[in-house]
Ligand binder design. Structure first.
Ligand SMILES: *Cc1c(COP(=O)(O)O)cnc(C)c1O
Ligand SMILES: [Zn+2]
Length: 418
């Protein structure tokens, strides 16, 4: 049995039994899972965790599931010491949490393995979601694994690989003409009509708990300590808040010392409702209509925007919004310096980190972890035009050397110009 005790309203504190339910009946506040931490503390230790499976399920005592996991081995991704990128940015201790290395190449596998497990426990036969792309991929794959039906709803203007990356698993893929916020509203209505587990709507309290595992892993990989500073991309703000919750749970369980982590968040300027509020010094997030290449983060009306701003203030973190050209530059910088090809959300994180350093918000001595949440082959459109053409040659040495010297001559002149 799990140690989850109840669902608690984040606004009025009212509690509800564990069930597929996400809003408070009294005040419409969002519900969150609570646990019996005293019992967890007796049950787990650094040692017992280290003997667990190499997936998010090594932290199952901190997750709200009872049943057999729907498991594609999400999580346990590399934490890489980014020496080259650190030097380029002027940071002494920069780490990249590389969540491209997940079963469907984004951190969304973490939330979906938990949501799918819980949905199966509740007796649902169909998994569904409103998605900006990566979530749909993760839901489709985990539904296939569990033998559940999948209905995934996405904006119709998504990148080709994100559409195909759901289709391939046999999911019912629904491309909706509209923004993510339109898709989300439609799914909330469908959720009232169909008995489906919408992972990020009616089972959202369980889904979101999966993101805590990013905090647990980073702390464990750093030798059981919290980073000084986390740099996190923001869509709804759920991931950001759960990294904070996860770190604080570890401290409460005495698995790490008290947490002094600054939590900074990044968005693309074409969809930055949270950063706009942060810069205006208000907790009041005004919805926007997204227009950016960072489609995975394009949520104009972020459900957790208010809570994100609260944590920014409480933790002493900051926010940054970056332009689309900066996103492309961030993707290239990470790839060229560390050999990690991130999607646009990763470009937002790296470009945001660069801005935060320039603004004096990140200190060069801090232990910084930048969260790279999804892989670049899914968003090739974003960078294709920015890259050089391949050398195109006939199969002989003369052709190769001629093409190469032509390329080097061009590089020399453009180098002289800049
Ligand atoms: C969904 C997503 C996020 C952030 O999502 P939240 O709604 O803020 O939890 C970040 N990066 C990628 C690649 C995503 O797909
Ligand atoms: Zn309430």
């Amino acid at each position: 049995m799990s140690y989850a005790t109840a669902l608690r309203c984040r606004e009025c504190g009212r509690e509800y039994p564990i069930a597929p339910k996400h809003v408070c009946e009294y005040c419409f506040g969002p519900l969150e899972v609570t646990y019996d931490y005293e019992a967890i503390q007796k049950a787990i230790s650094r040692e017992s965790i280290s003997k667990g499976p190499e997936s998010v399920w090594r932290y199952r005592d901190l997750l709200p599931c009872d049943g057999e996991p729907v498991d594609l081995q999400a999580g346990f991704t590399p934490l890489i010491r980014a020496q080259n990128l650190g030097e380029a940015l002027g940071l002494k201790r920069l780490y990249i949490k590389n969540d491209c290395a997940n079963p469907t190449w984004s951190f969304k596998d973490r939330v979906v393995t938990v949501a799918a497990t819980k949905a199966r426990e509740f007796g649902f036969k169909t998994l569904a979601c409103a998605s900006t792309g990566n979530l749909a991929n993760a839901v489709s794959a985990h539904a296939a694994r569990a033998g559940l039906e999948a209905y995934v709803f996405v904006p119709s203007d998504l990148e080709a690989a994100k559409l195909l990356g759901s289709n391939i698993y046999g999911a019912n893929l629904v491309a909706v003409d509209g923004s993510y916020d339109d898709v989300n509203r439609l799914c909330a209505e469908l959720g009232d009509k169909y008995k489906w587990a919408f992972v990020n709507i009616n089972v959202r309290p369980y889904y979101s708990e999966g993101s805590k595992t990013l905090a647990y892993e980073v702390a464990e990989q750093l030798g059981w300590r919290a980073p000084d500073h986390c740099i996190v991309p923001l869509a709804s703000g759920s991931l950001y808040g759960k990294i904070w919750k996860g770190l604080n749970e570890l401290a409460k369980l005495w698995l790490i010392d008290s947490v002094h982590t600054k939590m900074s968040g990044c968005q693309a300027q074409g969809c930055s409702p949270i950063i706009t509020a942060y810069e205006a010094g208000t907790f009041n997030v005004k919805p926007v209509r997204p227009n950016t290449i960072a489609k995975s983060l394009a949520i104009g009306n972020p459900a957790d925007g208010y809570y994100t701003l609260k944590i920014m203030a409480e933790s002493g973190g900051s926010g940054a919004a970056v332009s689309d050209p900066e996103v492309v530059e961030g993707i290239r910088l990470l790839a060229e310096s560390e050999g990690i090809f991130a999607e646009t959300a990763g470009g937002v994180t790296i470009a945001g980190l660069k801005r935060l350093i320039a603004a004096g918000k990140v200190d060069k001595d801090e232990l910084v972890v930048a969260f790279i949440t999804g892989a670049g082959l899914k968003t090739q459109e974003a960078v294709a035009d920015a890259l050089p053409e391949p050398l195109h040659i006939q199969p002989n040495i003369a052709a190769f050397e001629e093409a190469l010297s032509r390329r080097q001559a061009v590089a020399a002149t453009s180098g002289a110009v800049s």
